[in-house]
Design a binder for this molecule. Structure first.
Ligand SMILES: [Zn+2]
Length: 348
């Protein structure tokens, strides 16, 4: 082999291995591992049937149903935003309610950059409250996996922006699980115990507060929590303004009809919501309609909106106007509009 050939051979080796090395570069898409909590609709799944005023009957509630709705919505939203997403379950059966060791093993082998467990909270006592709580492994302010406290703060701050609910604190709560639970040194939450990834367990709101439980029965309300979770995840991975779509959400409530289906009521939850009311969002001759459901939350939501000016009109099923207003949709934000009408519930 002469000199020219040696140089060409060396170059081609460099090119071949250079290309291989380039092709094997890890994906730049952030990877999020999602664990929607509990599941299976069995006795371990904490069934909480309750009397729902909107349907005048007892309806089921499982925390796992709202957890999985949030989890599936978050997977969908994050994938649209360019993330790689893994989850422990997409169905709500006993078989896919994995034990904690399996969840830890899957998370450890997933190559994920972040672990995210989705739950809602309960006081377990007569006194009710409602706020987001982010729990990470370690002592408060000293997470075992670096960054877990920051991730928790970013996500909880976005959950707390939700104005389609009534919070009972002025800010979300953040804590290390060793500090939060008095279970002995370094015990903490089982699902975080073996986990090495930065992340948290999110208690998005309190499902034993009846007005919030009524909201958690609504699929779009669960979608809204997932959207707000995604904004915090965007903040952490520096993808803050990458998506560009906005959301409009709110509640239809009657100032003339006091709510009475809960021992304790906070803020606008003192007013009864309008079931099966019609909310119309229009812009440039194009209309979208959302009907509030029957389960006593008055919640409405319009996702995936192009930024700009819209008109929002709320009416009862009998076309009695509850309110109308202009709304501005901004990218990566939720515009909240709660209508507090003088129209009483029940005559419409
Ligand atoms: Zn839970």
């Amino acid at each position: 082999m002469n000199t020219i050939h040696r140089i060409l051979a060396a170059l081609s080796i460099t090119l071949v291995f250079g290309c291989l090395a380039w092709a094997q570069q890890p994906s730049v898409a952030p990877r999020v591992f999602i664990n929607p909590g509990h599941g299976g609709h069995d006795s371990n799944d904490r069934p909480s049937p309750f009397f729902n005023v909107g349907v005048s009957d007892t309806v089921p509630y499982y925390e796992s149903d709202s957890n999985i709705l949030k989890g599936k919505s978050l997977m969908d939203i994050l994938r649209k935003k360019g993330y790689e997403v893994m989850t422990t379950r997409v169905n709500n059966t006993s078989a896919d309610d994995l034990d904690l060791f399996e969840i830890m093993s899957l998370a450890a082998n997933s190559g994920a950059d972040m672990f995210f467990a989705i739950h809602s909270n309960a006081t377990g006592v007569k006194r009710k409250m409602n706020f987001p709580l982010g729990l990470y492994r370690g002592e408060t302010g000293k997470p075992v996996a670096a960054g877990s406290d920051s991730i928790s703060r970013l996500i909880m701050n976005h959950l707390f922006e939700n104005r389609a609910t009534s919070w009972t604190r002025d800010n979300p709560m953040l804590a290390g699980d060793w500090t939060f639970y008095d279970w002995g040194p370094k015990v903490g939450l089982g699902v975080l115990r073996y986990n090495k990834l930065p992340g948290l367990l999110s208690e998005g709101s309190f499902h034993d507060y009846i007005p919030e439980r009524c909201r958690l029965l609504n699929h779009e309300y669960c979608w809204l929590e997932a959207w707000n979770q995604s904004l915090g995840i965007d903040d952490w991975f520096g993808k803050g303004n990458s998506y560009g779509k906005g959301v409009v959400a709110g509640r239809l409530l009657s100032k003339s009809s006091p709510r009475s289906d809960s021992d304790q009521l906070f803020g606008d939850d003192n007013y009864r919501p309008f079931n099966h009311a019609r909310v119309t969002l229009s812009r440039g001759g194009k209309k979208q309609v959302y009907y509030t459901d029957y389960v006593e939350n008055g919640f409405f939501l319009f996702p995936e909106l192009e930024p700009g000016e819209y008109e929002l009109v709320a009416e009862t099923a009998a076309a009695q106007v509850l309110g109308r207003c202009k709304v501005t949709v901004s990218p990566n934000k939720v515009t909240y509009r709660n209508f507090l009408s003088e129209v009483p519930v029940g005559l419409n």
